[in-house]
Design a protein around this ligand. Structure first.
Ligand code: SF4
Ligand code: SF4
Length: 669
């Protein structure tokens, strides 16, 4: 390399690095416009997550073609040191990583050589997939082809330059570079001068494309190459089972209507999206043609923060890294403005099923974002679907969603001998009946079945009766955090009054809310779902299924039991025990890939006017298994499937039963 060439390289390198650092800082400063939240706790577990999901790509490889991305990722990782050597070498020709020692350096060169070839193969597969077999959830963007082409040019130039140098005998340790050495045969026989010129051309192509690639990242969807690993590090494992608590502060707006009211981690989420479309692929709302697409919401957040963030930083150049001021003016509103903002229809369509969060390879937290926007609409604007007016009134004034008199909560006990905790000296378990269990006719049958099982097993239990208030799940998911908080405090006070330490529920919404959400308010008790309790009672022989059912049972995983709390085995074990050892049938979408019944996230209380009804889609999936019973473990799922079976006029072929009912049939002599 001549001195002039070296000088040119230094200039190009410094310009490219300066430009990159400037833009990386811009991205970082925009992220900091969000509100503060602490994601620096549990550092060891965060490092573990980074290794497992960031470097190990555990979620990526779970899906088809994920392995292709895995190899591409590791292809790049293995090239980092070699490319660094290449760049420094352009300015300091004597620089080499050979000081690492012959074997380590040789291994590094060998891996880089092989992984470059693997990367080219992966890129070709990715291009063919996009061009010829593109799945619906992947958009045909030019950006992807630009990046894939750049990677190909980068790798080809790397090999071509090395091969030329091998031909000229100017490359050390060729025995560690099998692919480059093999390719050098292409240039064998060419005059040395020509090979030298070609080597310089490939050198420059390699250098320019590499520096351009780095600078292209902050402006493209491949920004995730910089942000995905930090996003895996800062993930919150709790956020699939609950949403962040809203601390009510005087003078502060509730919820999120401006993108800068999200936290810095929410904004990092927007920037980390790989646009893989997995969330869109599993979303029941998108699947049934609702105006909601979780990938689009994340994309809209990204576009919105970049537009508004740039303006805010222009207005306040002195605050280079600081949260946006409270009165920051937004260029583009976040909600309901144009295609760059999130529509209210999308916000209200979410069932909070968590499927999107379960599959996202970079741990983007969709549900809390929808809830934060709902909080604004409900508590600041009173802008929500009409049918929620009566729901909110009923919940606030009568402490149940239907608006029944609170004194009617105990009515279902009239014909039974049900122990009330206030009248009983002591009970080991509180049976938290829940609003559906107390007021809904069909769910009451499940309540009664469960009480019979508890008695049969000799459990010491009791209910709160009229003192029990709604757990508040739907209120929270619909964004009415204020009334939710009141409900939580009232319930916790009653639990304390009676010294409650163990709670049984049969509703996964009550279960998850009492178990996960109430903790944010200082609650300290054990919460057990009836499937967990019944399973352990069968295991220890306190109840014995004596009559095997001959029915073909298909099982449905409720989102709040499965994805929210990882309870998958217990309901299956119970059905197996009641079916003479036969496992239940499974739908194609089951366990953590289960398809929502459509009632979560407060959707139970709303009309479903757009697209196909989610419950109908799920019921059809269940019917297609040719089962005679759909087994559920949730009163909302029970209602939705019963409606679905009615709509399908399949009432003579298939029944919907809660697992407690199946058990009671099986243990009754
Ligand atoms: S939580 Fe469920 S309904 Fe809501 S966006 Fe995610 S996948 Fe769709
Ligand atoms: S949010 Fe996650 S799952 Fe959805 S497109 Fe982005 S990276 Fe993929």
């Amino acid at each position: 390399m001549s001195n002039i060439e070296r000088l040119m390289f230094v200039i190009v390198f410094l310009a490219a690095i300066t430009f990159f650092l400037k833009n990386a800082f811009r991205v970082f400063a925009i992220m900091c416009l969000g509100r503060w939240e602490n994601r620096f706790d549990n550092l060891w577990s965060r490092f573990g997550n980074l290794l497992k999901y960031g470097f190990g790509q555990l979620r990526v490889i779970k899906r088809k073609f994920g392995i292709n991305h895995f190899f591409l990722f590791w292809g790049f990782m293995s090239l980092v040191l070699v490319y660094l050597e290449f760049l420094i070498n352009g300015m300091l020709p004597k620089f080499s990583l050979a000081f690492l020692g012959t074997i380590p350096y040789g291994v590094l060169l060998f891996i880089a050589d092989i992984m470059s070839l693997v990367s080219i193969i992966c890129v070709i597969i990715a291009m063919l997939r996009r061009a010829l077999f593109r799945p619906k959830h992947i958009d045909p963007t030019l950006d992807a082809f630009v990046i894939l082409s750049m990677i190909t040019v980068l790798m080809v130039a790397f090999f071509a330059e090395n091969a030329c140098k091998v031909t000229l005998n100017k490359l050390p340790m060729t025995e560690w570079r099998p692919v480059s050495s093999y390719l050098s045969t292409i240039f064998a026989g060419m005059p040395d001068n020509n090979v030298h010129v070609l080597s310089r051309v490939f050198y420059w192509v390699h250098g320019i494309v590499l520096l351009f690639f780095i600078n292209y990242l902050p402006f493209s969807k491949h920004l995730h190459i910089l942000t995905a690993l930090p996003n895996c590090f800062f993930r919150s494992p709790k956020l699939l089972s609950t949403v962040p608590r809203l601390i009510f502060r005087k003078g502060e707006e509730f919820g999120v209507s401006k993108v800068v009211q999200f936290t810095w981690k929410d904004i990092l989420d927007f920037m980390a999206c790989t646009e893989c479309g997995r969330c869109q692929d599993v979303c029941p709302a998108t699947y049934t043609d609702k105006p909601l697409n979780p990938k689009l919401m994340v994309h809209q957040g990204k576009v919105n923060i970049f537009k508004n963030g740039a303006k805010i930083r222009e207005q306040r150049p002195s605050d280079m890294i600081a949260s946006a001021p409270k009165n920051a003016k937004m260029e583009v509103p976040l909600i309901n403005c144009n295609e760059e903002s999130v529509s209210t229809d999308a916000i209200w369509s979410c069932t909070s099923c968590g499927a999107c969060m379960q599959v996202c390879p970079v741990f983007i937290e969709h549900v809390p974002k929808f809830i934060k926007m709902r909080r604004h609409l409900v508590m600041e604007e009173a802008d929500f679907p009409e049918e929620l007016i009566s729901f909110f009134e009923a919940a606030e004034q009568r402490f149940n969603p239907w608006g029944f008199a609170p004194t009617d909560k105990i009515k279902w006990t009239t014909d039974f001998d049900i122990p009330i905790i206030s009248e009983k000296n002591k009970a080991e378990y509180l049976f938290f009946v829940g609003c559906a269990g107390a007021f809904d006719n069909r769910s009451r049958q499940v309540t009664i079945s469960l009480t019979k099982i508890l008695n049969k097993a000799g459990i010491s239990w009791g209910i709160l009766g009229n003192e029990e208030k709604c757990c508040g799940d739907s209120l929270r998911k619909l964004g009415n955090e204020y009334v939710f908080e009141k409900m939580v405090q009232d319930n916790i006070e009653i639990f304390k009054k009676y010294g409650i330490k163990k709670i049984i529920t049969f509703c996964p919404h009550c279960f998850s809310t009492l178990k996960n959400d109430y903790k944010q308010f200082g609650a300290d008790f054990e919460v057990i779902h009836h499937t967990q309790l019944i399973n352990s009672l069968i295991e220890v022989g306190r109840i014995k299924p004596v009559k095997n059912t001959n029915e073909k049972i298909v099982i449905h995983d409720s989102c709040y039991l499965g994805r929210y709390n990882q309870i998958y085995d217990e309901p299956r074990n119970i059905i197996k025990a009641c079916s003479g050892g036969n496992k239940p049938l499974e739908m194609k979408k089951c366990k953590d890939n289960s398809f929502c019944c459509g009632a979560g996230g407060g959707r139970m209380w709303m009309e479903e006017l757009i697209g196909k009804r989610i419950y109908l889609e799920r019921t059809q999936q269940a019917i297609s298994t040719k089962a005679s019973i759909i087994a559920v473990a949730c009163p909302y799922c029970l209602t939705m499937f019963e409606d679905g079976v009615k709509d399908e006029k399949a009432g003579n072929e298939i029944w919907v039963k809660d697992i407690a009912e199946i058990v009671l049939d099986s243990i009754s002599e």
